[in-house]
Design a protein around this ligand. Sequence first.
Ligand SMILES: [Zn+2]
Length: 586
Amino acid sequence: MAKTPTRLSLAELQDRIGAGSSADIDEGASPTLRELTETLSFSPGDGRIWLNDQRMVLWRSSTYGAMRRELIASLGQEQARSLITRVGYTAGARDAELVMRMWPGGDPANVFHAGPRMHKLEGIVRPETISFEFDIGRGDFFADFWWHDSSEDDEHIAAFGIGTEPACWMQVGYASGYASAFMGKLIVYREIACRSSGAEVCRIVGRPADQWDNPELDLHYFTPDASAERVRRSFAPAISEVSRRRLAAKDASSTAPELIGISSSFSAARHLIERVAPTQATVLFTGPSGAGKELFAQTLHSISPRAAAPFIAINCAAIPDTLIESELFGVDRGAFTGATESRAGRFERAKGGTLFLDEMASLSLVAQGKLLRALQERVIERVGGQKLIPVDVRVVAASNVDLRDEVAARRFREDLFFRLNVFPIALPPLKERRDDIPLFMEAFLRRYCEAHGRDVPGFTPRAVQALLQYDFPGNVRELQNLVERGVIMVAPDEPIDVHHLFRGGEHLDAHGLELGTGGRLTESPALRNVDQDAKSAKPIAASSRKEAATYRKALVAARYNIAEAARQLGLTRAQMAYRAKRLGIL
Ligand SMILES: [Zn+2]
């Protein structure tokens, strides 16, 4: 990031950050409070609230107060403070990461101020800047804020009354985490006045950790204490065993794509493959097409003792009935007209490794009989062959239809079904694991930027919202295709918008809500208009891009003082603001 020595007058800062009136929602430079508000969307049908791509929870301030009180009662004041500070630190660092990802290349001073604005949007506290300067290149940082109406103080005072110590612990953690992630070095905020210790307004000051006297007083709250470390260690053996195996597997095949997910159903499935991997048990994956069955099977193989031997996959539905047997079991010369050479089948090629049979339900009954024999007696016979060939293969099967139904319809052998159904693992459709969508978006964006030599900064808030609320009939594979399409469609250096993603007749069902005027939830217009947008979408003309560059340059030169930038270009402030907004700069 550019070196930006910044020292601003109070008036300039108020112009940028907005000192608290509701009229300032659009004021200042990007990201404004309104732009941040647009990243917040509610999807009550799914039971989700999103801040861009991060899941949020709406809970009572008093619930936080109750938890805080319980923590103080059970851990003691010092340890509770330490824990709460660190939790706040993580939240602040996350918000910084989000802001830097969404507004890359913006003026750092403005981007930094998204932190206090987010804190305000999240309803925690209303910050007001007293003074602020930093230089990322030199690592200088100094910030001084008033904190009005801190929610944490309300809870602390309600529980304990006015005391002698400051109490905005989570908030100090948040500010420190935000500034540290932003500066790339540890920034520590101290609350030098607090309502909980009798001040009228809270006040915080932030500096690099090494520029405080006695920084250990603060750092003591930023690092886990000895007892927490003991707890962590008592869980460590189980964790390290899994991660060790995963690392070993990664070494064995560094090209294998990684499983991605944090949702509970994903975690349950991953837990199951970690349990079954070291054994020889046959595994049956069930779930809709595109849910990632092959990737799970590959991962299972790569963390199993068979990792060094081949992983052979075959999609039974993709091979005609007449060829499936020779594909699976091989052919001996002269078996049928045209079989001029003997050829090993997939069973033999997977020797010592794993054979993945996808779309099992489409196997013919004859092939099912042979497969059953291979599983039961551990031998196969090539087509037209005489001798029995021993097989050493772990079979992993998958089906996107319910094999029990196939058994009932007499299309699938019951005895084979019971052979396969030793260790079933169900993979849910993507719409039932929405918490994983942001991770997939990130991963696919990176993958396709690299593959297509593109540099795409990310997604617009409404594209994120559309993806988070779409039903994905084609599951992970469909999301992957949409992101690849977006990467190809989007103009250089612009974020992917809805019309870059949805062009192939996908049915977008709008059921999202967002914050409308007056602070009430209203139906999200972003999704309501997607269809028209997709139809009327035109690539941004080169002339507009040039115009946008001119405005951006003037705004940066004027430190995002719109009136000043307008003067430089001979426009009125209103003209400037209108045009820049239309081009998506402000
Ligand atoms: Zn306070």
